[in-house]
Design a protein around this ligand. Structure first.
Ligand SMILES: Cc1ncc(COP(=O)(O)O)c(C=O)c1O
Length: 466
């Protein structure tokens, strides 16, 4: 008897279920070459289904070459089909990709950085602008668009960026991207080739290092202190294609690059004829003073500015942008075209309405108050539980802080013990290019944790760290 399990409540037609089940048995080797299948009449009786269902399933398997039919004697499994299941995905399980979805609620308090307060996403307003964008979109928005994105959104963004970040640009200098990650990948695609040099802050998010090194670039680390990149350490003779900086809020250590260093960096880029890539990923959230203006406003012709809506709205939107020196615009439009043609047009129109009607600034002001409390709860809990041991870095901006624990080394074993105790933290060392300087530091993202979760998370840390 051929054991086939059918589920009549599944929305999958019975023909497909019979076909899939037999095909899987053949591929797994449970049915081997030359094995005879039951007659259509017998199988339909056993399964209590119409004979036509079995006939059609057999026909499909015949058509795809899984079965052979021998006149007068029935259906037989064709030779040479067995396909072993792939070995366990060792490479996949080891990958360092920081954006791996951790949707499962395993009860662990997760201090992952860079996730905004998802419970404060303005769902109703967003739903309204999406609906309006869909209803009011011109017909052209439903066809293929331009690689740089919708003109409406680029106009709105150029005004918004000037007003809030001091970015100087015309709409033509903007290319809309799928988040900052795609913007950085496009930069790699256009500017990098195997063996060329890139200077970047050390530490800097591992994803950025991976994007540039996969393009074949040689990464030259520039150390970072509490004020960001140490521009005195910019080397001569390296001829880099660009220098990558996070000047408003260094990731992960949190410093803000002072004006003297900004000027030194621009001079360096001019003297070495290279670009500066400014990753301005979460600078809108500055708690003790107004946001610092972008570096781009000081050297429009040298700076490639990268922005994102992942932290100020939601990473799920996958919306970001590049502001380019005019000389580079065409090459990026072409690179974007050959990557994914363009970012979804209706989403761009919805975002345009959201920004134009002031909802973005309202959202930022509203969630900033939430983050301020969460940040305070985190600092209070850390200093209450570890008064002698802890010092914090970068607490004036963004959605995370770095905590340094005197005398502690966050080894893989310690991180596992913390996780077993129900709290997940992220070592700075994982983002270091030159290893060995940051073993005592962890990144604690608080954007998407309630004050109660934060307090409980630090309590769990205390149990392990003593
Ligand atoms: C420093 C930095 N730049 C860029 C990004 C990427 O953001 P996006 O979601 O826009 O791709 C991140 C994400 O956490 C980040 O930490």
């Amino acid at each position: 008897m051929l054991w086939i399990s059918l589920n009549r409540s599944k929305p999958v037609p019975l023909i497909r279920q019979v076909y899939t089940d037999i095909r899987a048995k053949i591929l797994r080797g449970e049915l081997s070459a030359g094995d005879k299948l039951p007659s259509t009449r017998k199988l339909s009786e056993e399964l209590r289904i119409s004979r036509n269902v079995v006939l059609e399933a057999y026909d499909l398997l015949l058509a795809e070459g899984y079965l052979e039919s021998r006149r007068g004697s029935g259906h037989f499994v064709a030779p040479g089909i067995r396909l072993d299941a792939p070995a366990a995905d060792a490479a996949g399980s080891e990958r360092a990709w920081t954006a791996i979805d951790r949707d499962s609620d395993d009860g662990v308090i997760d201090f992952r950085s860079g996730v905004p307060a998802l419970d404060h996403f303005p769902r109703d307003v967003w739903a309204k602008v999406v609906q309006r964008a869909c209803r009011e979109a011109p017909l052209s928005a439903l066809g293929y668009g331009r690689p740089e994105g919708r003109a409406e959104l680029r106009r709105i963004l150029s005004r918004y960026l000037y007003r809030t970040r001091g970015v100087q640009c015309r709409p033509e200098q903007i290319v809309i991207t799928s988040g900052a990650t795609q913007a950085l990948s496009l930069i790699a695609k256009v500017l990098l080739s195997p063996g060329c040099s890139v200077l970047l802050e050390d530490p800097i998010t591992l994803d950025i290092q991976t994007i540039f090194s996969s393009a074949g670039a040689v990464l030259h680390p520039i150390p970072v202190d509490e004020q960001g990149m140490m521009t005195d350490c910019l080397p001569s003779g390296k001829f880099p294609r660009f220098v990558l900086v996070t000047p408003s809020h260094q990731f992960p250590l949190g410093g803000t690059l002072p004006i003297q260093r900004r000027i030194q960096l621009i001079r360096y880029a001019r003297d070495n004829d290279c670009y500066i890539v400014e990753d301005d990923y979460d600078s809108e959230f500055r708690y003790d003073s107004p946001p610092i203006n972008a570096l781009q406003g000081l050297a429009e012709e040298r700076v490639i500015y990268v922005g994102s809506f992942s932290k100020i709205l939601s990473p799920a939107l996958r919306m970001g942008y590049l502001v380019l020196p005019p000389a580079l615009v065409e090459r990026y439009q072409e690179a974007k075209w050959y990557t994914d043609l363009h970012t979804p047009s209706l989403d761009q129109l919805a975002l345009g309405l959201f920004v134009e009607e002031g909802h973005l600034e309202k959202t930022i002001n509203r969630v900033k108050k939430v983050y301020k409390k969460r940040r305070q709860a985190l600092c209070d809990a850390l200093y209450a539980h570890f008064p002698e041991q802890v010092s914090t870095l970068g607490s004036s901006t963004g959605l995370h802080i770095v905590a340094a624990f005197r005398g502690t080394s966050f080894t893989p074993e310690l991180l596992t013990s913390l996780q077993t105790a129900g709290v997940r933290v992220y070592p700075v060392e994982a983002h270091a290019i030159v290893k060995g300087r940051h073993h005592d530091k962890i990144i604690l993202g608080y954007g998407n944790l309630t004050e109660a979760d934060i307090a409980e998370g630090v309590r769990r840390m205390k149990k392990v760290l003593g």
